[in-house]
Design a protein around this ligand. Structure first.
Ligand SMILES: [Zn+2]
Length: 463
């Protein structure tokens, strides 16, 4: 039973008419927690934890003009209250990266980085039941606010976990860094990407990065080991223009439609694998048509008796790192935009599915990666359950770290929570928020204490 839940039931017990009886029943649990050395958050501490989260939610870091000055001030004051080292780096003016450090006792060991982004996506206030920047808490304990899931919650949970670890007297062996980055919601180019490729980052000697994931609607936490790469493809066809009444081959429109038919068939085949449960969302190549552009404009619409000489279509393709890239490239060249049908193509964006060392952008989930085993064990230790490892269908800052060849794991400590990232009425329940702090406490403990076999002069086999 997590500490917080126990606390809540104890409070209920205290307020009930069966005061003495209930307290007696809970006494053994309470004692076992004391033995386990866990800090005991009082009602007052709980409301302070929630109030700090509310303060962060109330800072308007909404794109496209986030108030990073206020979020920086707030985070620095939090760091100060926790005696963490801090620095603010502006790789791009007005776009601060806040870097906090809890130094480890063994500086020869690589460090841990916990990342979160400060910015949030815009909202339509009229569609919300409670103000998106209000951090209102309803009687069910749901905290409403843009960023309550994505991902101001996580940033604050890291800090709260550190607060509790410090109170318990814990000392990390590895150094622990926290980065609060700008602009993730618009690509992270001026935030996490700049940090990942900086000298500052090299000096940090990071081995593992934790970044955001997605909430789970059931009881299992979700862990992400990779993400799909966006390929934004524009195909263009050319052909002789002609009279609208004439039937002839190779018109631009005909050629484009043939491609669209071929792409639609491919889309259906991928969708079938998903529907049949043979593959999961992150394992299929998704293709969606996002624009069509053709026709000869006239003052009242389009010229109706003319077949145009050019036609264009755009597609948002998401490629999992497990996909056969070469065969997809070949398909585009030979079937979707073949030169033989007077077609050309270009990519508006084509994210590489490989890291800087040429390996697929995947974090290992087997025994070869101690960080995966450690996070699973740590979550279980905090009474959490875990689902199957997943590929995230979307882009996060984690990709910049995987690109460098580092281990990066996507995680959002939210179970039994509706998926409301970027949606109206984004909220997180208090109880889930507290549980998440417990989970991070457990992860930070495990990660910062980890010494690889052989480093302590004794191999695992000898132990
Ligand atoms: Zn996010």
């Amino acid at each position: 039973m997590p500490v917080i839940e126990l606390l809540e039931s104890m409070e209920k017990a205290c307020n009930s008419h069966y005061h003495n009886q209930s307290l007696l029943l809970l006494l053994p649990l309470f004692l076992s927690l004391l033995v386990a050395g866990l800090a005991y958050p009082t009602q007052n501490e709980q409301s302070q934890i929630i109030s700090r989260f509310q303060q962060y939610l109330q800072i308007n870091t909404t794109q496209p003009s986030p108030d990073y000055q206020s979020s920086t001030q707030f985070l620095l004051s939090q760091a100060n209250s926790l005696s963490l080292e801090s620095q603010v780096i502006e790789f791009v003016k007005g776009k601060p990266v806040i870097l906090l450090k809890w130094p480890g006792s063994d500086l020869s060991l690589p460090s841990i980085l916990l990342n979160s982004h400060m910015d949030v996506v815009p909202f339509e206030p009229s569609k919300w039941t409670h103000p998106p920047l209000g951090a209102y808490i309803d009687e069910g304990g749901n905290i409403f606010g843009r960023g309550s899931q994505d991902m101001k919650s996580v940033g604050m949970q890291y800090l709260e976990a550190i607060r509790r670890l410090k109170l318990s007297g814990f000392q990390p062996k590895r150094s622990l860094y926290l980065s609060f980055v700008p602009d993730e919601e618009i690509g992270g180019y001026d935030g996490a990407k700049k940090l990942a490729y900086s000298d500052v980052f090299k000096d940090m000697n990071v081995e593992i990065v934790l970044d955001e994931g997605l909430p789970s609607t059931d009881e299992n936490y979700r862990l992400f080991y990779a993400e799909t790469a966006p390929w934004w493809l524009v195909i263009k066809s050319n052909g002789a223009p002609g009279h609208g009444a004439k039937l002839y081959d190779n018109s631009a429109m005909e050629n484009l439609l043939k491609s669209i038919e071929s792409i639609s068939r491919f889309r259906a085949s991928q969708f079938d694998l998903l529907k049949a449960g043979l593959k999961s969302k992150g394992d299929v190549i998704s293709v969606n048509i996002v624009f069509l552009k053709a026709g000869t404009p006239s003052p009242t619409g389009f010229v109706m008796n003319l077949q145009p000489s050019e036609a264009e279509a755009g597609f948002d393709i998401r490629v999992p790192p497990t996909a056969d890239i070469e065969s997809l490239e070949k398909r585009i060249e030979e079937e979707w935009a073949p030169a033989s049908r007077n077609m050309t193509f270009e990519f508006k964006q084509k994210a590489t599915p490989h890291d800087d060392l040429g390996r697929p952008l995947i974090t290992a989930t087997d025994g070869s990666n101690p960080w995966w085993t450690l996070i699973e064990e740590a979550i279980k230790k905090a009474n959490g359950k875990i689902g199957k490892p997943e590929i995230l269908t979307g882009a996060t800052d984690a990709r910049y770290y995987r690109q460098l060849g580092l281990t990066a794991i996507g995680f959002l400590p939210m179970t039994n929570t509706p998926f409301l990232l970027h949606d109206h009425n984004e909220f997180l329940n208090k109880a889930e928020y507290f549980k998440g702090i417990n989970v991070y406490e457990s992860i930070i403990k495990a990660y910062t204490s980890y010494i690889p076999p052989g480093r302590d002069g004794v191999s695992r086999d000898e132990l």
